[in-house]
Design a binder for this molecule. Structure first.
Ligand SMILES: [Zn+2]
Length: 544
């Protein structure tokens, strides 16, 4: 009887999969439309696909410093406007449009994508006032105490961070410069005057970034581990525009400088493109553009590692990191597809296809991780506007009031398990940067594999205990709780967090951020220190 039940379920699964067709054009359009959900400012509700639940918000941004800093985008499920992920997103979306213009047009997504990009660059342009570039509005800790729609958030939002001759932010300025250069390239035939305005600012920010070297302040949320990768990313796109060989020579020098993690991008990079690390993107673009064998070998080693050595879940998902894992797979897929276009090596296309299909529903959970796509998707995204409730009575844990169509959620864990819980934001958060690589990957896949892809084959896996899955550790990966990244979570980590908590200085290599948040409550504090200490002495807690 039991066997029959299992067989019946299997047949039902087969049937549901045979009705399930992955339309990558539709996925691409939706992934682009997602950005409307995170618009900020007085114009947030205009021409917004989510206009029934999104409208003007944060209309006083910048008033505390006498500047109009309204506009831009909320970062993720929260409402802070962080500099680095906004610039990263605008850059990668611009890159996707630059490389895959025809496929984006075929999906009907060009108009929305251009409007989104202009919403970013309009904000970047108004953020440069005199000799200052403002790059963060809102303070992360304070913002994260609020749960509710952005339109109703009335608390003060400080203008938190800016760069000028005395405050360095090479990483943020450089990524913003690259996004503006790409806007110039994408927009010069549409509106040359606006395109030139973008290019002028791109050069200006690049000069600022170079003349005062140092990392910007992204609080604990977006503190980058390097800046020369970003500077190289800005130089890459100015090189595309100017063909100035001195830029190439500078990039070679910059990529030999170690990051805070001790990695040297020009030696090896097993990570992927993300807001913190543009090394691989630079190496891929310049490698393909110039044929430089040093770049090509780093790129090929990165792809070899991802295809062969990186931990893979039983369902076939590549597993780099527990926080928003799918963003990395999307970004790596975009890079793999670009290099497939350059080499014709089918393994790169196959890799991207497998990861994208997994995201869109061909996975053991039979779940589309792109909300509003397919028939079964996450109902509890960690996104305040879409959720539409407040913390009162735990209402925020109800299914979201509004469907945030096109949002890529963080994704499942190492055993292909997805926890659809608004408070488990490693799984359920959505963010600007998550979708950026996905847009590029979907457009790239459409270019090389074409149109509507039927996927009638369900993924059948034999569950494998998580502890048996080999998990090679990439150079930049952290264990949660291991804030000094020495490979062990121990009493030293607990003491470092305690030091931070009481305001004592800690060494610069300590990265508390998300890696110190052992109980995953969104803050790194004394509780995390105590839990780490408990784990260390062998006392039982749920977090060891
Ligand atoms: Zn807002």
């Amino acid at each position: 009887m039991k066997r029959k039940t299992i067989f019946g379920v299997f047949i039902l699964l087969l049937l549901s999969f045979s009705l399930f067709a992955q339309n990558f054009n539709d996925a691409l359009l939706k992934a682009v439309q997602f950005y409307d959900a995170n618009r900020c400012g007085p114009l947030a509700g205009e021409d917004n696909i989510f206009s029934d639940w999104r409208g003007a918000c944060h209309t006083k941004d910048g008033q505390d410093v006498g500047v109009d800093l309204t506009g831009g985008f909320h970062d993720a499920g929260d409402h802070v406007k962080f500099g680095l992920p906004q610039a990263y997103t605008a850059g990668v979306l611009g890159w996707a449009l630059y490389e895959f213009k025809d496929q984006i047009a075929a999906a009907g997504a060009t108009e929305k994508l251009l409007k989104t990009l202009k919403y970013f660059t309009d904000y970047f342009i108004k953020s440069k006032v005199g000799s200052r570039f403002y790059y963060q509005v809102g303070e992360g800790e304070a913002d994260h105490t609020y749960w509710g729609p952005p339109e109703e958030q009335s608390s003060d939002r400080p203008t938190y961070a800016w760069a000028d001759s005395s405050k360095a932010a090479t990483d943020v300025l450089s990524q913003t410069s690259a996004a503006l250069s790409l806007m110039y390239l994408n927009y010069r035939e549409i509106n040359s005057s606006y395109a030139n305005q973008c290019l002028t600012l791109a050069r200006d920010l690049f000069d600022m970034a170079k003349s005062n070297i140092g990392r910007g302040n992204g609080q604990s949320f977006y503190q980058s581990s390097s800046m020369y990768d970003d500077l190289s990313w800005a130089a890459t796109w100015l090189y595309v525009i100017d063909n100035d060989a001195s830029l190439i020579s500078d990039v070679k020098t910059w990529l030999q400088k170690p990051t805070q993690n001790g990695d040297v991008p020009l030696n090896q990079n097993h990570w992927t493109m993300c807001w913190d690390d543009m090394g691989l993107a630079v190496i891929a673009k310049l490698g393909m553009l110039t044929g430089d064998s040093q770049y090509i070998s780093v790129l090929e080693e990165n792809l070899r590692y991802w295809l062969n050595d990186l931990a893979t879940t039983p369902g076939g998902m590549k597993y780099l990191n527990n926080w928003g894992v799918l963003r990395y797979n999307a970004a790596e897929s975009m890079i793999a597809l670009l290099y497939y276009g350059h080499t014709g090596t089918k393994a790169y296309l196959d890799f991207a296809e497998k990861q994208l299909k997994y995201m869109l529903g061909a996975n053991p959970a039979n779940m589309s991780y792109l909300i509003g796509y397919g028939s079964n998707w996450a109902k509890h995204p960690h996104h305040r506007a879409a959720n539409g409730y407040t913390y009162a009575n735990g209402d925020n844990q109800k299914p979201a009031k509004h469907t945030i169509t096109g949002a890529l959620v963080g994704g499942p864990d190492q055993s292909d398990r997805y926890v659809d819980d608004v408070n488990q934001f490693q799984y359920t958060e959505v963010a600007l940067d998550y979708n950026a690589g996905l847009v590029g990957a979907l457009a790239g896949y459409l270019k090389y594999a074409g149109g509507v892809i039927e996927t009638p084959t369900p993924v059948q896996v034999t569950p494998t205990p998580v502890e048996n899955t080999p998990t090679p550790t990439p150079a930049s990966e952290y264990t949660v709780g291991d804030v000094n990244n020495d490979g062990n979570r121990n009493i030293v980590d607990a003491l470092l967090i305690a030091q931070l908590y009481v305001g004592l200085p800690v060494p610069t290599y300590v990265v508390p951020e998300e890696y110190g948040d052992l109980n995953m409550d969104g803050v790194v504090n004394i509780v995390d220190a105590l839990l780490i200490a408990q784990c260390y002495v062998g006392l039982p807690t749920a977090y060891c």
